[in-house]
Design a protein around this ligand. Sequence first.
Ligand code: FAD
Length: 546
Amino acid sequence: MVKINPASRHYRNSAMNDFAHQQRTNVEHLSDCGHNATGADLPACLFVQTVEQSPVAISITDARANILYVNPAFTQVTGYSVEEAVGCNESMLSDKRTPAAVYEGLWSTLQRREVWRGHLINRHKAGRPYLADLIIAPVMDEQGQTTHYVGLHRDTTELHALEQTVRNQKVLIESVIDALPMAAVLLDEENRVVLDNNAYKSLVSDLNVKEPVRLFLERLEADLGDEWSRLCGAHKPFRDKEVCIERGASRPARWYSCAGTWFVNGDDSVDAFFHSRRQTYLLLVLSDISRLKRQQEEIRLSAIKSLTAEEEKTGSLREALSAAIHQMQGPMNMLGAVKGMLERRGDPANTGLLDLLGQVLAQGEESVATLQACLPQGDSQAFVPVNLNRILRDTLEVETERLLAAGIEVDWQPSAVLPAVAGVESRLRSLFKQLLDNAIESMSRAGSRQRELRVGTAADGEVVRVWVEDSGPGIAPELRLKVFEPFFTAKGGGRRTGMGLALAQDVVNQHGGMIRVAPDCHQGCRMEVHFHACGDLAADRMAAHA
Ligand code: FAD
């Protein structure tokens, strides 16, 4: 081993020559072993020049880490000149802040004759600490003993600060997103989730789906139709798009208000290293508005309930007055017929009777006219596209208490997509209420133990079908047409006047539809109502939420 004289240029060269000689020996050794030693024919000085001119800080030490050689890049990184470094221990570079365990790991790796890679906190000669990214490799002699070490290191302080800033920002963004009370999810161009928050993760169990965002995208596409394609195509931000997510029969549906923002980012994949590519991301924010919706729904339902109660009162009054007019008209028709007959006979003896009959008839007609004037006027609402699923569901809600009290099990089967029907909501509500009331009454009257009410809708092309089916005693085949006649009642002197189905028929006629008792129904009664679809797309879409 050569004697160390840090100030001697000669030493540096002889140490380098030593090192080069060692390398050559290693290369020759490799050749002997049959390896392809490509550097074997190169002059030794080339190795020296390569190390000298390397832009990476290189140091060569003896087996105790005493520096034998440093290249100019080492001086640039550490601030120590050749003269200052050579002869000193590598530990002079230490800032004394690297944990002892790191050094222990370093040395135990080197003792196993393995290469150590890692980071150490060094101190520049000027006094400032810097982060050194280090590779230390043992150099072995022919007997496999470590004679030297070669160290390569670079200052990665800035890179580390940059990486740390990015990491901090990521943590900050993730914490902020996680703290949001609403679900947030970031999607790439293939709708893959890139980032999500805790509120989004909890949707997985709430909605019982693996990737909730798929459900939301499907719903937005179905509900917004062309508008959704336009928003996605132009990457236009959107907000307040309400989406209803069904959670099965036993759990109430959830409502979300969706907002989306698109932004463009540089692609960080290797493919985009030379040819920069842009990736478009969609940030979807989903706010649960179920509570608000429920409150709105309660307000709407209570308004419908009071409206229905009002309509029912008016309906009963109309029914009673119509019955009275009908009752009066029967005897008056008879009196009219008698008067006509007496007049035709022309017997002067009947003159007094004819006068009397005339007075009675005139008074009767006046009374009928008075009663007719008292008939409550029907509503004059305009026909609008109506979602029958919603009307039926509202009516069922209004009837909930009666259904529960009567112990009736309801099977509600709305069609997932139902075309709209042109109609007057209040009249259609009273029509369905009449059918439900009839079903409840007949099941309660018959005292059936099993009380089932099946209500459903379906679309057959242009025809929208509605059915209300009960498990009551049913209607005898010979009465299936008669039940729609005014004042026909099979209920034997009950509160009703027998105008219910006649009025229901009236409403169906006003809507250009058809109502009948299903002829093929052998158990219970199945009322079928058919309407023509008006083909309004907006109402079509509403149907899915009913
Ligand atoms: P210790 O690690 O206990 O060191 C005490 C002395 O013993 C030191 O002289 C150390 O070099 C030597 N020593 C410890 N264990 C062994 C062993 N198993 N075999 C031989 N000698 C041993 N450290 C830095 O902080 N920064 C650097 O840039 C750096 N570069 C290095 C480059 C090379 C090529 C080598 C071989 C080592 C390098 N080291 C570096 C490690 C350095 O030698 C010290 O181990 C380290 O700085 C800790 O020194 P210390 O005095 O605090 O304690």
